[in-house]
Design a binder for this molecule. Sequence first.
Ligand SMILES: Nc1nc2c(ncn2[C@@H]2O[C@H](COP(=O)(O)OP(=O)(O)OP(=O)(O)O)[C@@H](O)[C@H]2O)c(=O)[nH]1
Ligand SMILES: [Mg+2]
Length: 449
Amino acid sequence: MSEFITVQVGQCGNQIGQAFWPHALKEYGLIGNCDRKKPLPHHYYNSFFYNPDGLSFSSLEEMKKCNIKARALLVDMEDSVVERFQTCNLRHLFDKTCTLSSYPGSGNNWAVGHFTHGREQREMFLDMLQTSVEKCDSPGGFISTFSLSGGTGSGLGSAIVEMLADEYPRINRLVCCVHPGESQDVVTAPYNIALCLSKLKEHANVVIPVDNKVLFEMCSRLHMTKDMKCWKPYRNINTVIVKHLLNVTSCARFPGSTNMSIRDLTTTMVPFQGLHFLASSMSPISLVNAEDIPVNQRQTNVLADLCFKSNQLMSVAPLKGVVNSISLLARGDITPAALSTYASKVRSKVKWAGWSSQETKTAYCKKPPHDHPRSLTCLSNTDSMGYFFENTLANFYTLYRKKAHVHHYTGVDGFDDSFLRCVENLRDIIDKYDLHQAAVDLPRRKIVR
Ligand SMILES: Nc1nc2c(ncn2[C@@H]2O[C@H](COP(=O)(O)OP(=O)(O)OP(=O)(O)O)[C@@H](O)[C@H]2O)c(=O)[nH]1
Ligand SMILES: [Mg+2]
């Protein structure tokens, strides 16, 4: 099984990381209710953990003795969030030499994160990156997490994705980035989001944006039946994001009838260079273990639930647009026959781009999530995503037309014509989506000619 290196950038990226590692450990049966009958074969752990001496372990305590480390790079230009990794109960998993922090952050400014910190931190980041890659036998991907609206996440995060592309072009770069949704809590967010997405268009292989507002509403809905005192928005939102990331990588980490590496995913899902922004949904979405949910409230039909708006991680309606490609990733006790029937149903329901092979790609691994007997994740490349970019550009222009806050960006060394390039890139994405939408009714051969 191939290895993944996670790159957590900024407050949001690192807080997602804080949720990621406990869930990953639970998935491998190393913490929580480990009712595994027999231990997992050793090489499965290698996807996320480096085992320097190849020793056997079956608990967190033993991991500590064996000096096992998470394949994680922790980066923030404020020190408080990454410092928590050195004091939490999983601290022995995080190598201090894989942490890069500074003070006092990027002040919600993409340009400061991208150029000022990007330049200052470059050498140190590349050193820790090289060390981490050298600890992999068969690196399968970089998984980066950060917010699109914070200065460090959007700015340094996108600079890091560019460094990954320059230094290791053959290792795929999957980015899960957090959009603030309509409730933009950072004044300069419209600039940061546009500038970051433009860089991700150039340097990432697959981008899965998720929307805080959508996730917030999703978690509020789920929480209605629970004790309101436990309501911790980011914690719950991050749990959903983490479960999604674990599902997306599951078919590359565990055996099953059809594996799917990040490279396979990229090849299948990205028919045109630059159009690699995927809409995602998953089922079940729950914040509690299956056994803690009353039987009559359990989401048992994950196949049917998947298309519901309430299961989307972004406010795009993928199945309403023209679809370029779709992948379904199944885990646990879903039978291949049920999956294939569902895939055919999806295939017949969507409006395919005229040139596409109209195939719904499926992948399956038998290891279920740690808290449910099965799960299904849907990734789609659809022109509905074009509206997301149109909104991004419209929000950008609301500020830019008045040249509001512009001086904070243009005054940063290296920024030059970044606004211009960003607008060009976003327009290019929108134009490409329009082009493929126009192609919907054309038979395939006409396009080929
Ligand atoms: N889902 C989620 N969103 C978060 C979290 N923390 C912050 N955000 C969102 O991220 C955006 C702000 O980005 P931050 O990650 O705090 O900023 P940063 O990358 O540290 O950048 P600077 O602080 O400006 O240097 C806001 O839209 C927040 O709503 C989190 O733990 N989870
Ligand atoms: Mg910060």
